[in-house]
Design a protein around this ligand. Sequence first.
Ligand code: FE
Ligand code: FE
Length: 216
Amino acid sequence: MAPIGIPELKAIVGMFARSAAASVSKVSYERRQRRAGNPRAESEVKGPKTKEAHMAEKKLNNLFLDTLKDIYFAERQILKNLPKMAKAARSPELKNAFLKHRDQTEQHVERLQEVFELVGKRAQAKTCEAIKGILEEGEEIMDEYGASEALDAGLLAAAQAVEHYEMSRYGTLKTWAGQLGMKEAVGILDETLQEEKETDALLSSLAQSAVNREAA
Ligand code: FE
Ligand code: FE
């Protein structure tokens, strides 16, 4: 093979120089366009990423709203159900716990209406089969154990299932509100989340005390 002469070397160096200049000028063209605030240049540079981010945000917005409608349905059902549970409960402590939580639940409904307002949507309920099932189980316990000493233990278990469902929903909604940059909604959702947790803890302590001993 013949050694590379000066003219060939010059040609190779020239090729590299032209390709380097081309990519430098493309980058500086985009920079200039972006500095000038040309949105098309912006979307050319990071088009797919921005689009994806936008899609993800849109999906999370929809999920947030759907879940808000779900828990709005749930809270209103729970509001109707708690007086029945209070009426059925045998122990005065459990009766009081249900009545106190009924009042708190009224506030939960109002807080959700505030969050709907914050996102500029009409407060709307979406049927939640999960809470319907959990509440139906509570009704079954009232029917089947109405005359039994184990009734309160059953009511406690049913009520804790309700609280756990709510805690999971509010925990999720609070996280999503944070990711969507809705600071005020985070605070409102957290207030309710804390009350659900306190109620759950109260029910746990009742379950460990008199109520379950009586059942045994
Ligand atoms: Fe609630
Ligand atoms: Fe609750």
